[in-house]
Write a protein that binds this ligand. Structure first.
Ligand code: NAP
Length: 235
């Protein structure tokens, strides 16, 4: 229970990696606010955490929208208290080569994979500075440095997340704010199967593998590794 009583926010926690991270943080004693756009999936995650006796708040929100993000963090602060942990996990991975990538899809990709990280981080930053620190984990991808055809824009957006993490870690250091990046390879989720239905099962991580790494980064032993991007992959 090393995160006992700490308030955490996990974006994109309706399924997949975000759900596994939210469950893991709650099991470590954190009070977890979870968010995604689909209420039914969010409530499924909520039920899992409550079954394990965890404390959880569900907030349906679109993290690309400033007003939704403001509401998410206001409700979280009111119900669970000041946020000490933020996991920027929400993302989309449309597979589209340059000739298939419509500008509106590109904009949605940028808003979801980049803008949301900025908006959510900005929403917690001041509170973390005032309360003497906090931890932020951003979920990137191995595609940030190794994009398959069709994932050029996705990989570029995830490269932003990696570099943004490094820069924010420098800005946060004097305030006790730690910022990490986790870059998974293939993970068994709706996203993976939507993009690559045939990806070999024996080369795929489970969402819980990523959740374990996120939990490790939140422990005191990782405090001198702020700014780092950690790759986790099976293939
Ligand atoms: P997933 O199964 O598709 O789940 C994504 C979650 O994000 C869902 O709960 C989704 O819910 C939410 N989300 C998407 N857009 C959102 C928005 N605008 N506002 C709020 N929530 C939003 O994906 P996943 O595989 O778990 O991926 C999680 C993260 O890991 C992503 O950042 C992804 O890029 C990264 N990643 C995944 C893999 C992989 O192989 N699976 C590999 C490397 C990195 P709604 O659609 O209901 O909002």
């Amino acid at each position: 229970m090393l995160l006992r009583g700490q308030t955490a926010v996990v974006t994109g926690a309706g399924r997949g990696i975000g759900r596994a991270i939210a469950r893991r943080l709650a099991a470590a004693g954190a009070h977890v606010a979870i968010t995604s756009r689909t209420a039914e999936q969010l409530h499924e995650t909520q039920k899992c955490i409550e079954r394990d006796n965890g404390r959880v708040l569900s907030v349906v929100a679109d993290v690309t929208r400033e007003e939704d993000v403001e509401r998410l963090f206001a409700e979280t602060a009111e119900v669970l208290g000041p946020v000490k942990i933020l996991v920027n996990n929400a993302g989309i991975a449309p597979v589209a080569k340059i000739e298939e990538m419509e500008p509106h899809l590109f904009d949605t990709l940028v808003r979801t994979n980049m803008r949301s990280v900025f908006l959510c981080t900005r929403a917690v930053w001041d509170g973390m500075v005032k309360s003497g620190g906090g931890s932020i984990v951003n979920i990137s991808s191995v595609a940030a440095h190794d994009p398959f055809p069709g994932l050029a824009a996705y990989g570029g957006a995830k490269a932003f997340v990696t570099t943004y993490t490094k820069g924010l870690a420098e800005e946060g250091r004097p305030h006790g704010i730690r910022v990490y990046c986790v870059a998974p390879g293939a993970v068994e989720t709706v996203m993976l199967r939507g993009a690559f239905p045939e990806f070999p099962e024996d080369q795929v991580l489970q969402p819980e593998d990523v959740a374990s790494l996120v939990e490790l980064l939140l422990m005191p032993g990782a405090r001198y590794s702020s700014g780092e991007s950690i790759t986790i992959r099976k293939s």
